[in-house]
Structures are given as structure tokens and as C-alpha cells.
Design a protein around this ligand. Structure first.
Ligand SMILES: NC(=O)c1ccc[n+]([C@@H]2O[C@H](COP(=O)([O-])OP(=O)(O)OC[C@H]3O[C@@H](n4cnc5c(N)ncnc54)[C@H](OP(=O)(O)O)[C@@H]3O)[C@@H](O)[C@H]2O)c1
Length: 335
């Protein structure tokens, strides 16, 4: 199958590694506006280049990869579906619920598949943790806490669009907090029911947030907390925190995966080796989904659920209210 990548920035190389590793796929074309950089890319990979994504789509690809600034995901993703392409969508899936739902529905209508590329879903230690939870040996989920210090989010090396709300759809939370939402759900498997959040704009001169605290409820007394801080990186004196508490023990992902049982004993489950690229599983998922006519994992549904939590967090922070996700504005309403 022919693959075209729309957006050839920092993350494109991860996609190329995965595409190159699969014999069913062939990198056919790429798109970016900067002609000089585009030519370099075409020479390096011996592929076609376009400065206009519509030309790439007209030229014909089976799979379009959307690796663009966030606000462009929807327009370009929809156009690619209209051209009959399956999609690999970078995170965040889109920047409004309506956009997410429209993409989902359009793909269903056209019988096309959408894979969302958030490498957290397939990290070997996360997959292993998911297996352990599914086996039921730790009992019911109780609570989780994730504290993530992002290296200075406002780093001047970061492409400017990330720091512009109209292009990025937000700041630290929609860009990197969305990974933590995926991380938690992919391990515990529960669907979120409520969201309460605070969001901070403490970096002078910027209109995107640099931190946030999100409280997610699952409706049965279990809950998760995500703390994202983007003003400095984790100091060695501070502890990283990725804890999942269950009835019979704790899954700790702060370092390597460990299980700390109620009696104090510790187990370090064996973790399979990393794939050649963290993105390989996404492409494998897409290929299998096309073959078996099912949704890839993670697909549009997961992409939408991840974005929903971040958008609900923004709204909760603005209104000071808890958001209930079973209300018309927030329901997935897609099947
Ligand atoms: N999953 C992950 O771990 C991960 C990590 C990093 C990024 N990402 C995601 O990947 C996406 C891209 O991020 P990035 O870091 O690669 O950003 P980036 O380095 O800024 O790359 C963006 C690309 O889009 C192109 N572009 C911008 N506007 C365009 C337009 N109107 N038409 C065509 N091309 C356009 C840019 O090239 P020109 O300026 O030449 O057009 C550039 O090649 C984002 O959604 C981001 O959140 C995911």
C-alpha cells in the first residue's frame, strides 16, 4: 500500500521507520510547504514531494499520515477520507469534539480505517501492565496518580505553532497531557465519567497553559489524578510518580514496571523488547484492521476519548465546575 506523509517535521522520522519496517507498506510521498526541506526529504527517501496536501491526495495514496499542527488535523484528515485514504492521525486526534465525531463518522461512512498514533498505547511496559490488570490478579482498580514534569514547555526551540492557541488548540495539556490520559485508560480499561481540573497560564507572554491538574472519576469511587507541569524538568530530588493502586497491590511505572503486593513483596515482570519504532504497532494495527475489517487500536474512538478529557478539563477550569461526560455535549454519540 502506498503511504503519503502530510507534515514532515520532528515526528515524521518515527512514521518513516515504522513504514520502512513493513513489507506491505511503501513510502510514496510527503508534503510540507518549505520547498528546500521538501526536496531534501524527497532525495533522501526517493519519493514524491508536494507543497500542497491536496496535490498529494490527488496523486493517490492508500494511507495518509497526518502529522501537522493540531488545528489542521481535522481539515486534512477529512479531505484524505474524502479521497478514500485510510488514516494514521497524530495526536491529538482533533481539537474539538465535533471534529472528532465527524472524522469518526466519515471513516465509518466510507468504510475506511483510522489509526491514532500515541505510542503510549503500545509501549512494552504499558502493554504488560495492561495484561496484568486484565488477568484480574490485582483485583479492582482503586486509584492512580501521574505526575509529569515536561522539560521547559516554552523552550524557544519548539516550533512556534505549539505555543499559539489557534494552531495548537491549547498548550501542555492538549499536546502532552493527552498521552497521560491514554496511558491511564490503556492500563485500567475503565471509561471516564467525570472530569474536574485546574489549568495554569504562569509563563509570561504566552496564551497557552503551562500546567494543569486533572481529576478523573470513574463513577464507582475509583479515580485518577494527572499533574502536568511544563515550567521546568523533573529534578533528581523530586520523585517521578506513575502509580496504579488495586485491591491487592500497586502497579508502579515510575521506573521499570514493578508490582508491589499488599504484603510488601515486589515482582518485576519480564518485559518484551521494544519494537524497531514505537510507531510500528500502530501501522501493524492499521494493516490488520483493514484486513479484518475492524477498528485499529488505538483508533478514532480512543483518539476522541483522549481529546475529550483534555477539552473537558479546559471547560472545567474555565467554569469551576465538574464535567459529567454522560451529558449531550460530551457523550461520544458515535455508534
Ligand atoms: N506521538 C508523539 O510522541 C508525538 C511527538 C511529537 C509530535 N507529535 C505530534 O505530531 C504532529 C506534528 O508535530 P511535530 O513535532 O512533527 O511538528 P513540526 O516539527 O512543527 O512539524 C510540522 C510539519 O507540518 C508542516 N506544516 C505546517 N503547516 C503546514 C501546512 N499548512 N501544510 C502542509 N504542511 C504544513 C511543517 O512543514 P512546513 O512548515 O514546511 O510546511 C512541518 O513539516 C503534532 O500533532 C504533534 O502533537 C506526536
Amino acid at each position: 500500500m502506498k503511504v503519503g506523509i502530510i507534515g514532515l517535521g520532528a515526528i515524521a522520522s518515527q512514521h518513516i521507520k515504522a513504514i520502512s519496517a513493513l513489507k506491505e507498506l511503501r513510502l510514496h510521498s510527503g508534503c510540507r510547504r518549505n520547498k528546500e526541506e521538501l526536496n531534501k526529504f524527497c532525495r533522501e527517501y526517493g519519493v514524491k514531494g508536494f507543497t500542497d496536501y491536496k496535490e498529494l491526495l490527488k496523486d493517490g495514496v492508500d494511507i495518509a499520515v497526518v502529522a501537522l499542527p493540531h488545528a489542521l488535523h481535522y481539515k486534512v484528515g477529512m479531505e484524505a477520507l474524502n479521497y478514500g485514504c485510510h488514516l494514521v492521525m497524530e495526536k491529538p486526534f482533533a481539537v474539538t469534539m465535533e471534529q472528532c465525531k465527524n472524522l469518526y463518522k466519515k471513516a465509518k461512512e466510507k468504510d475506511l480505517k483510522i489509526a491514532t498514533s500515541d505510542s503510549f498505547y503500545h509501549l512494552p511496559k504499558i502493554k504488560k501492565a495492561r495484561e496484568i490488570v486484565k488477568s484480574g490478579k490485582l483485583g479492582k482498580f482503586i486509584s492512580a496518580a501521574i505526575i509529569n514534569y515536561k522539560d521547559y514547555y516554552f523552550n524557544p526551540q519548539r516550533p512556534k505553532w505549539f505555543l499559539q492557541p489557534e494552531m495548537a488548540g491549547g498548550g501542555e495539556l492538549i499536546n502532552v497531557g493527552v498521552h497521560r490520559v491514554a496511558f491511564i485508560r490503556s492500563i485500567i480499561g475503565s471509561e471516564e465519567k467525570t472530569v474536574k481540573a485546574s489549568v495554569g497560564f504562569f509563563e509570561p507572554g504566552y496564551k497557552v497553559e503551562g500546567n494543569g491538574l486533572i481529576f478523573i472519576g470513574y463513577g464507582d469511587g475509583s479515580a485518577a489524578v494527572i499533574e502536568e507541569i511544563g515550567y521546568y524538568k523533573l529534578h533528581p530530588e523530586l520523585d517521578k510518580c506513575f502509580h496504579f493502586n488495586f485491591e491487592k497491590g500497586v502497579i508502579n511505572l515510575s521506573r521499570e514496571l514493578s508490582i508491589i503486593y499488599k504484603d510488601g513483596s515486589i515482582e518485576y515482570p519480564k518485559i518484551p523488547q521494544e519494537e524497531v519504532s514505537g510507531y510500528l504497532p500502530h501501522y501493524k494495527q492499521l494493516l490488520t484492521a483493514i484486513k479484518e475489517d475492524r477498528d485499529p487500536y488505538p483508533g478514532a474512538r480512543e483518539g476522541m476519548m483522549d481529546v475529550r478529557i483534555i477539552l473537558a478539563a479546559y471547560e472545567s477550569a474555565k467554569t469551576g465546575k465538574e464535567i459529567r461526560l454522560n451529558t449531550p455535549k460530551w457523550e461520544l454519540d458515535i455508534d
